[in-house]
Design a protein around this ligand. Sequence first.
Ligand SMILES: [Zn+2]
Length: 280
Amino acid sequence: MIAFRSDRLATLYLFHPLQKLPRRGPAAKKIPILMYHGIRDGESQARHPYFRTTTTPAVFAWQIGYLARSGYQSVRPDEAAALLLRPERGPAKPVVITFDDGLQDFYTAALPVLRKYGMSATVYLPTACIGQTARKFHGRDCMTWAQVRDSHREGIAFGSHTVTHPQLKALADGAIRRELEDSKKTLEDELGAPVSSFSYPYAFPETDIPFRSRLRAMLEETGYRDGVSTIIGTAGRRNDPYFLRRIPVNAWDDIRLFQAKLEGGYDWLRSLQYLSKLVS
Ligand SMILES: [Zn+2]
């Protein structure tokens, strides 16, 4: 049964077709950055599909298979940020595949699929949730450091999702800085490689301009070079490379909606998201 989805209908029948109309001049390069969390079966049907963050292994496999068959090539967020400025220097159809929270099902369910289709991904870890044995994040098993290192050897990139996954905006600057510095250092020590990408936990307070510029300065000062946010949309050259837009995907995306999302047909939701943050 297909739940009624106004976001799906508006995307497929209004905004995606509108967006494909001929424009004056060449369209600016946009890069889809997909946002996944858990890859597992079964989740409560209580929430509207828009808010769900899990993708079943079967749906994930066809989504990644679809990307491979459609000629998409996976790049890291730093490569995407560079490509937005110099599109001629990379693949014709770049895509960034990201995972937040470092859940163990990335290792058990997502990695084999990515390997099969020759795709890479970037995983953002709240470092306090990663241990020598599996720790929990919101009741779910996280990866261990051994699994993180194993994935890294297979070409998976890692970034910081803070240490403790806090509401950063509620913290004092000193505490924010510690979250940024300590997670970066732990990741670099465990991986033996530099880490310079950051993913903002929870909804990004994009309308709070002073906070946004303070955070940006702290990210820069602590050695980060790029990052992703929960602002909805395909990434464009006017996006701040520290807060690149992403497209939420989950198990309830059928093939047409998935395709529309990749091609920017879901970007209209960003205005609604922005407005709702202004009034909330
Ligand atoms: Zn998170």
